[in-house]
Design a binder for this molecule. Sequence first.
Ligand code: AMP
Ligand code: MG
Length: 424
Amino acid sequence: MSAHPAGIQQIVSCVDGYDPEALHVDKARAAIRACLVPVTQTERVAVRAALGRVLAEEIVPAIDVPGHDNSAMDGYAVRAADLRADAEVSLAQIGSALAGRPFDGAVGPGQCVRVMTGAVMPHGTDTVVIQEVVRAAGERIAIPAGQRAGQNVRAAGEDLKAGVAVLGPGRALRAAELGLIASLGIGEVRVRRRLRVAFFSTGDELASVGAPLKAGEIYDSNRYTLHGMLARLGVEVSDLGVVRDEPAALEAAFRKAAAAADAIVTTGGVSVGEADFVRQLMGRLGEVLFWKIAMRPGRPMAFGRIGGAFLFGLPGNPVAVMVTFYQFVREALLLMAGRTGDCAPPLLRVPAAQPLRKVPGRTEYQRGILYQENGEWRARTTGQQGSGVLRSMAEANCFIVLEHERGAVKAGEPVSVQLFEALT
Ligand code: AMP
Ligand code: MG
């Protein structure tokens, strides 16, 4: 990963409305976007292994898909010129064609061929009449009036055309893209190399799963949520464990992470009180900015660069970690991985099922449940919204996003929701 030529401070201060003490979420996103540098290295992988990767080449079909005009239905391939708009006609069936078993001969006036779905259209035919409407008596096939010329035929190249680029660099490869590439007979594609992300938790109070809790300790859950969120993005993860709030241990962790990764994600240690000592350390190791973002939960966040790696210093509270990850880090990592275009999930507008407390001047991400009542979708909250209540994330299926300027919401007013899961 090559370092950006200009300093981070210099870049972000050019973002209109940049205010590190009360940063609008949109400005924080813009500031991050302005600094990021995508990975440039690529590799060739088998099509199946390309799932979730970012395409690094243009896919230009060498063949048409489908390769031939073919039948879209089971029925009879006929010549439209033989048909009558106002009367039934009788044709002679001279053979049959199946998918993968074409009819070899030519079809002349007054003749037809039995065809199954996917069969290549026999020479001379241009229209398919579905089997349900004909009357067959031996080799004589009666075709009713009122057929449309060209009906029930899939044209060669109607899916993909030889020579016309179908996918370009920056595209995420999902199931559909894998199939599309395979339909062209292509077995390997060039993709960006996977983004490497190192992460660790900080805090003297943290115990690792498996160890008994000492007085005042809590189990480190953030590393598990981070693992889950990162793994779902398809990045290569490196878990550096729990790091004590000690300068030497933290410095070693940061150096190790920066040497091996394109991005570092940490939790804890960025809130006021802890910030001074972490700030000094991060400042010495690289260029790191401490932001107070106008949002809830997740107000404090650090962003910067240590060596060749971008740093996302997330708050320690378990819900704040997830919200700041989904609202800032997710998009940043996708862009670093080479994705182009809009990576943000859509916001849907639905009525609020209940009144919602909200003060203007910050964006709130309430944990919500999108549900259906009498055929209409609406959103309610999961209840208690404390940033330490991780259960609220587990119960939710969406964020209810309450915009910066917005005040209290009345029941029935439209709110924006961001779904956690959708088809991929
Ligand atoms: P901090 O941002 O370090 O001040 O932490 C804020 C709150 O989040 C404190 O209550 C911490 O105990 C808690 N916390 C910090 N790190 C973790 C973690 N890895 N897992 C669970 N809770 C954490
Ligand atoms: Mg801490």
